[in-house]
Write a protein that binds this ligand. Structure first.
Ligand SMILES: [Zn+2]
Length: 266
């Protein structure tokens, strides 16, 4: 058996492991940042939707006040006209118009009251939320119950956390960039070499690593595959010791003697 081919592959696994070690220095920061950013976006949407409701209410309130003001002016004008009315018919017609404007005012005032009630209800719900927070009953708090100030504080805290984690990750990425570049270069060269010498082994390696599994080539450890701990049959030990490889029957990984990894790291 040609053992140099497997040596080439072990070297590739060694280099890929080194990249993995560097990535693991990032300590799950990328995933953490993604999760925090999702929370941040959710909080921001909540705040924006509340702001929209508040803005719409403010606009409607202004419009209703304008209407009331306009009606009052009209009533004032009609009343002045009434003092100059030449007959009952004219006087009654103006009275009807005044009555109409008064109804308009009443209608607008009801709408203004509705706004006040809605806002009051929202505040009451938030008050309930504040109470639940004070009692640590977080799982009972619905979206609406989250008090405005708590929501804003939450947004601020999340933003701070995201910034901090990003900074941490950036510094790790910068620190390791040179090593990663160098390793990637070595990996590409190694892959080219194996492609020329043992293309089928490389296919096997890539196929094994196409999922979540990173270690396609593993050491024989206590007579077992160190990838899945399944025992390697005794009659294959000699071949492994001699520098050959064994395909684990259980997980499909390529099992080699640890000596090969020591050699690959030189
Ligand atoms: Zn295995």
């Amino acid at each position: 058996m040609d053992h140099t081919k497997i040596n080439l592959l072990v070297r590739l696994q060694h280099l890929d492991n080194q990249i993995e070690n560097i990535v693991s220095l990032q300590k799950g920061l990328p995933e953490e940042i993604t999760a925090l950013e999702e929370d941040l976006a959710f909080t921001r949407r909540q705040i924006e939707s509340r702001k929209k409701i508040a803005d719409d209410n403010a606009k409607l309130r202004l419009k209703l006040h304008d209407i009331i003001e306009e009606c009052r002016n009209k009533i004032k004008a009609y009343k002045e006209k009434q003092t100059l009315a030449r007959n009952n018919k004219e006087y009654d017609a103006l009275s009807k118009q005044i009555e109409y404007e008064e109804k308009e005012i009443a209608h607008s005032e009801i709408q203004l009251q509705d706004i006040v009630h809605t806002e009051q209800r929202m505040q009451d719900i938030q008050q309930k939320g504040r109470q639940l927070i004070a009692e640590n009953r977080y799982d009972e708090i619905s979206e609406d119950m989250m008090p405005d100030d708590v929501l804003h504080q939450q947004l601020e805290d999340l933003q701070k956390q995201v910034d901090q984690k990003k900074e941490e990750l950036d510094s790790i990425v910068i620190e390791t960039a040179e090593d990663v570049d160098h390793l990637n270069k070595l990996i590409n060269e190694q892959r080219e070499l194996i492609k020329a010498e043992a293309n089928r082994l490389l296919d096997k390696y890539d196929h094994l690593r196409s999922g979540t599994l990173q270690n396609a080539v593993v050491k024989l450890n206590r007579n077992a595959c160190s990838g899945c701990n399944t025992r390697v049959p005794t009659n294959r030990h000699t071949m492994i010791v001699q520098g050959g490889f064994y395909l684990c029957e259980s997980c499909g990984r390529i099992v080699v003697h640890e000596r090969l990894f020591e050699e690959a790291s030189k």
